[in-house]
Every structure is written in C-alpha cells, then in structure tokens.
Design a protein around this ligand. Structure first.
Ligand SMILES: [Zn+2]
Length: 220
C-alpha cells in the first residue's frame, strides 16, 4: 500500500468508526435509561471490517449514561487495540466474548446488558443449564422466528473472570445451540447479537421484555 492510499484508508476507517461510535454511544444512553446498563456495566460492539476482523467496542469502565463516541475503541481478532483508535483507555474486559460471537455467528453487532431480570433468571435457571421461553407473541421479534409457538433456549454459562476461558465455553455453547439468539452469564447478564446494530438492539428489547415477563410470572 502506498503512503497516500494508506492515509486514505486510515481516514476512511476513522469516518466509519466515527459513525459506529456515535451509534454505540446513543445505545448506551438508551439502555442506561431502561436500567439495562447501569453504571459502567455492559458493553457494545459493531463489526467495522470482516477481513481482517475489526470491531468498534466500548472502552473498559465507561459510564453508559455519559458514554461518548471517544469512549469507543477499535480492536482486532485477538481483542487488542488496532490502529486508528482515538480513544484513550483499554477495550472492555469482555472483548474476547464479542470477538467469539462475531466469528461464530457472523454477527454484525453484539450487545451485552446487566439488567435486573437477566441477573435474576440467569441465577434461578442456572442449574438447568439454560432458560426456555415459549408461547409468547414477542418471540416473533427475534430474527427468523415466525410464530409464538417458537421455543427459545438461552444457554446459561457460569460466570468467569478468566475471559479467554469463558470465551471458549461461549463458543462451545454457540456451536451446540445454533438456533440460540442469546447467551446468559450466571448472575451477570446477557449477550445478544444481530446482523446489524439495529437488529441487535431489537433483540435486547425483545429479550429483556421476555425476561421480565418470565420473571414476574414464573413462566406461567
Ligand atoms: Zn458484563
């Protein structure tokens, strides 16, 4: 690559990441207002390049209420900060989970929330290895689901501070449950994804709604 075309590519990457960073910051504000990412909890990413894999992702420890585009970093397939990151700071501690989902599901965006209901249900149903949700009209908001009779099985993984190890467990769960639209981490929160950021955000809305219904009714 010539100096000039390299500079051009960098400038282009900036512009792309700028738009994605803005969109992720706005999601932070919306999710904070819904109580799904209080404080510094949760993290969000968008795939900005498939080959080589690049993700725009929230920096570690940023308050989602005040999340700004400058709080978004670009990382590579190893979860390391890639060139052109303007933001200071480290990528989210859970970056490798985002990379794993982006690779295994070919997801375009990955969103992670720490809601009250996902925390409660991921603890209450952990012994069963997952949470089954069926019979609800709102299930049709999940990509590819066309009937309320759909049974969504959301695997629950034990929480783990060893993220490379947790990413391997998550990858195995994604392989074992190819239909799943989300993963729960025990007493921690949810990961969901979509082809686009809009689809991933819709999945958060649908699943958080369903978690609250199941939580309030005991799934009856
Ligand atoms: Zn988390």
């Amino acid at each position: 690559m010539t100096q000039q075309s390299h500079a051009h590519a960098q400038a282009h990457a900036h512009a792309e990441a700028g738009a994605e960073a803005e969109a992720l910051a706005e999601i932070g504000h919306r999710f904070y207002s819904r109580g799904w990412t209080l404080g510094t909890s949760g993290n969000f990413s968008v795939v900005t390049s498939r080959d080589p894999l690049r993700l725009a992702i929230t920096a570690s420890g940023r308050d989602k209420r005040t999340l700004r585009p400058a709080d978004i970093l670009i990382v590579d397939a190893d979860g390391r900060v890639a060139a052109d990151a303007e933001a200071a700071g480290r990528p989210s501690a859970e970056t490798l989970l985002h990379v794993t989902i982006a690779q295994r599901r070919q997801a375009g965006a990955i969103l992670h929330t720490h809601s009250v209901w996902s925390t409660i249900l991921s603890g209450a149903h952990a012994a069963a290895g997952g949470l089954a949700i069926k019979g609800y009209e709102m299930l049709k908001g999940l990509q590819g689901v066309t009937t309320h009779e759909h049974r969504e099985w959301i695997p629950i993984l034990d929480n783990d501070q060893d993220i490379p190890r947790l990413a391997k467990v998550a990858d195995a769960a994604l392989v074992e449950h190819p239909e799943a639209h989300a993963l729960l981490l025990r007493q921690h929160g949810m990961y969901t994804w979509g082809d686009t950021l809009a689809e991933a955000e819709r999945h958060v809305e649908i699943l958080e709604f369903l978690f609250e219904v199941v939580g309030r009714t005991g799934g009856r």
